[in-house]
Design a protein around this ligand. Sequence first.
Ligand code: NAG
Ligand code: NAG
Ligand code: NAG
Ligand code: NAG
Ligand code: NAG
Ligand code: NAG
Length: 483
Amino acid sequence: MALQLLILALSVSTSFAQSQGSTHEGCIHLPIVHSTNQQAFGKRAVQFSLANRSDVAYYAKRRPNPPFGRARKEKVELGTPPQPQFVQLDTGSFELWVNPTCSTAGSFGDAGFCSSVGNFDTAKSSTFQSIGTTKSLRYGIGSANITYVKDDIALPGSSSILKAVQFGVATATEDEFSGILGIGYGLGLTTRYRNFVDELAAQNVTRVKAFTLALGGKDEQEGVIVFGGVDTSKFAGRLARLPIIPAAQSPDGVPRYWVAMQSMTLTPPSLRRKTYSNSTMPVFLDSGSTLTLLPTALVAAVAADFGATTQDSSGFYSVDCALTKVNGTLDFAFEGVTVRVPYKEIIRQSGNQCVLGIMPNPDFVLLGDTFLRSAYVIFDLDNHAVWMTQYTNCGSSPAAVNDSKAFPSLIGTCNLQKAAVNDAASSSSVSTGTPTTVSTGGAAGGAASPSRSSTVSAAGTVTPRRQASIFALAIVVAVGVVS
Ligand SMILES: *[C@@H]1O[C@H](CO)[C@@H](O)[C@H](O)[C@H]1NC(C)=O
Ligand SMILES: *[C@@H]1O[C@H](CO)[C@@H](O)[C@H](O)[C@H]1NC(C)=O
Ligand SMILES: *[C@@H]1O[C@H](CO)[C@@H](O)[C@H](O)[C@H]1NC(C)=O
Ligand SMILES: *[C@@H]1O[C@H](CO)[C@@H](O)[C@H](O)[C@H]1NC(C)=O
Ligand SMILES: *[C@@H]1O[C@H](CO)[C@@H](O)[C@H](O)[C@H]1NC(C)=O
Ligand SMILES: *[C@@H]1O[C@H](CO)[C@@H](O)[C@H](O)[C@H]1NC(C)=O
């Protein structure tokens, strides 16, 4: 058989139980498993990765069927047909490859995690075709030397099998602990062959060249991606249309999901909002990056409001973990929509260490997982637009979109109140919540408490190990239009 590329949580939520067994012609919906998910990766792999690496990388795997008992069994059957693999979903790169070299994955913990993502044995596939050409892929962190092959890719929840898809089998990788499913632009823009998203449309598995991403919150440990459709149970009301900035007008000249950010605003519990200067800029949406990367001065201003004035040796701003319990948001405004990211989601926590999930970066301005977990986003490649609103979760109802003209009329079925606040409309009607007693975090703690000071920030922090490698996992630095 073939490579089986999937996305799925072995931890079964009610939503998957409900949708289990049903197929949705015209779309493929796959659960997204967070790398912290012990049921998916095994306790040991996750423990290592938590301590030493990312707590928010996203992997894809097939939906087990049935979801309970058999899921475990499937894991030990890795490498035999069908060959399920975990791959990282990356909107910031363009190609699919599998088989990382686990011995060069980085620390021991990474190697352990790497060995749990699966390995594709081409010799065991009857549909495998060699192409033989090679390529070197470089990412913000790590690299992969691949040899191109073609093989079928089975799709869960669908009777369809993608035939003869071109992808890479790695011959050597550095600092990569899983394969990557690049779902950025493909044929004609960044590759000379049809990438995974192109093939879905070309082989009529999807009717639109579009996919929607809901990474899911930290507490949920999983999310959903719908290729060719939407899940209207993951947002409220209408979506805002943001044109994708053409490569020629984008900051790096690369065809990516660049959109115009209008401003960033802090909404502390006191509701005394503060809009940051110089926060109007193009940003690209990158699920392959754990952190959000922004200009130095802007990050310093945000960090100061979270009580952090200095960076640790890895460049992180340490913040008080108590802020994860504070009812404030960092708000990212775009034309027609504001995505409010709760403190808890913008702060990265590893044990009792907390850092701001935003880093200064001179080269990249991107919104990574620390932003995307709070957004519901349709990547509409037919119209070169992104449709975005606040993420929320009121069930599961993935469905195909038959025509890309339908996007403007999509309506999320969740309760608006709980979710985003499209534009200015509601800011004055928001109630003032209970004042929090947390006394750290500068403005982020809410201006109600004058005793807050900067004494807590950064004091006594131990630099998390290998932090330099936890972010920017899959930012493509150089794009070769080569295959
Ligand atoms: C992983 O992190 C743990 C806890 O910080 C540490 O004891 C261990 O040495 C680390 N392992 C590697 C290989 O860095
Ligand atoms: C990939 O190939 C290039 C050029 O042949 C080589 O310099 C590089 O070391 C290789 N990378 C790995 C991870 O082996
Ligand atoms: C996909 O649908 C189009 C239009 O109906 C058709 O022309 C094409 O042959 C189909 N492709 C495949 C691979 O079935
Ligand atoms: C905003 O950017 C301008 C131009 O680069 C600079 O002069 C100004 O100091 C910046 N403001 C802040 C608050 O960083
Ligand atoms: C999409 O097409 C399918 C099959 O042609 C149809 O059953 C379904 O109702 C359509 N969906 C919408 C929203 O029009
Ligand atoms: C959090 O703050 C918002 C206003 O920003 C308010 O609507 C909500 O009720 C508060 N929630 C809690 C639990 O205090």
